[in-house]
Design a protein around this ligand. Structure first.
Ligand SMILES: NC(=O)c1ccc[n+]([C@@H]2O[C@H](COP(=O)([O-])OP(=O)(O)OC[C@H]3O[C@@H](n4cnc5c(N)ncnc54)[C@H](O)[C@@H]3O)[C@@H](O)[C@H]2O)c1
Length: 349
């Protein structure tokens, strides 16, 4: 069987312990490729020699590099996994496309500006490169079983999706992406939101708000709502799917999935040993994108789908900047949160 040659950019250092300053996601990507018999991890690149060296030793790779450009020039890669912080995603995706790879799997969030997020997807499409982003919860049972319950009509017609988490940009990208997963991957029509950013807060080097609330409407009339930070308690559950005849909740009070039909009492659904973070989500996501590369179908984690969520994220920040509803498509290139701080409109301590 022909082996696809895989390289990883940004190995991280798992011995430091997972935190918002470093999860070493590259190891999780690498384990997923290693589990497939048609992929061969052949090289890695990291600007920190000790990280690159430790990763190469762990996976017994013949080569490691201190520059991604050198790896791309030397290794004739089919697939690149990008596991660096978000401000670098666009540059590395575009360099990998230039180098002629067939597929790129990047970590979330897509990019640190809306312009870069669009540019990556458009450039990949133009060059027939398969581009995916690691919104791996699409492959988790609590989420996929919630979608199955919805699709089989158990709560009637979908009216509204609600989510709560720490912030819109870093964690919220997963849940706004899940809304696409539940709701036919449709783009939104308009977005209205407000944020508060009074205390400096960086996650993987990116600015995120302290607190936000936002409402939007999808093209099929379904509403989305998110509350982050302090206000997340108003939703009180990771995901809620509200229908004409019932409610589904994902992730509440140690219950991973439950349903309430027609105002009757809650029924807990067994998620077969899976919780909100795994196990197995990243592995399934990577297996799916490799299958798509073979048969030419759209991968579940496609750039097009990620772009729908990212447009909502930057529209929430833009709505706060413009103090009005934003009708889509979003017509900016920058990151409104960063610009508001740089211009002095927001002055976090
Ligand atoms: N999908 C998820 O659930 C999930 C969870 C955690 C983190 N993430 C995302 O994964 C991404 C990476 O986060 P992490 O925690 O794995 O990071 P990390 O800090 O553990 O690893 C990043 C590595 O990139 C290296 N690096 C920096 N600049 C580089 C460059 N120009 N070229 C090559 N290497 C470079 C660093 O030296 C470091 O080793 C982030 O975008 C983060 O949001 C996703």
């Amino acid at each position: 069987m022909t082996q696809l040659r895989v390289g990883v950019i940004g190995t991280g250092n798992p011995t430091k312990g997972a935190s918002r300053m470093g999860y070493a996601m590259a190891y999780q990507h690498a384990n997923a490729y290693a589990a497939l018999d048609n992929c061969q991890l052949v090289a890695c690149a990291d600007i920190k020699q000790e990280n690159a060296e430790a990763f190469a030793e762990h996976y017994q790779l013949p080569n490691f590099y201190l520059s991604h450009q050198e790896m791309l020039a030397q290794e004739d890669l089919d697939i690149v996994s990008i596991c660096v912080w978000p401000h670098l995603h666009a540059r590395l995706v575009l360099d990998s496309i230039d180098a002629g790879v067939r597929a790129i799997h990047s970590e979330k969030p897509m990019a640190d500006t809306w312009g870069d997020a669009k540019r990556m997807v458009l450039t990949a499409e133009k060059n027939s490169v398969q581009l995916t982003f690691n919104h791996q919860r699409r492959f988790g049972k609590p989420f996929s079983m919630a979608k199955d319950l919805l699709k089989s009509g158990q709560i009637g017609d979908l009216l509204r999706l609600e989510a709560a988490c720490g912030d819109i940009y870093d964690y919220g990208t997963h849940y706004i992406d899940m809304f696409g997963f539940y709701n036919q991957d449709l783009p939104a029509k308009w977005v209205q939101g407000q944020i508060d950013y009074r205390t400096k807060n960086l996650v993987f080097g990116a600015m995120v708000e302290n607190q936000a609330t936002a409402l939007w409407e999808y093209q099929n009339g379904v509403f989305g709502f998110i509350a982050t930070g302090l206000g997340s308690r108003s939703v009180g559950v990771h995901n809620r799917l509200v229908g004409t005849e019932g409610v589904i909740e994902v992730g509440t009070d140690n219950v991973h999935l439950r349903i309430q039909r027609n105002g009757k009492s809650w029924e807990t659904i067994d998620t077969q040993g899976e919780h909100l973070h795994g196990p197995g989500f990243i592995e399934r996501g990577i297996a799916d994108l490799i299958n798509s590369l073979h048969d030419g179908t759209e991968p579940e984690l496609s750039g097009r789908r990620a772009l729908n969520a990212t447009e909502i994220i930057f529209s929430i920040y833009e709505s706060s900047r413009r103090r009005s509803r934003i009708d889509l498509p979003l017509d900016i290139d920058d990151n409104p949160l960063v610009e508001m701080v740089e211009s002095g409109a927001l002055q976090p301590e």
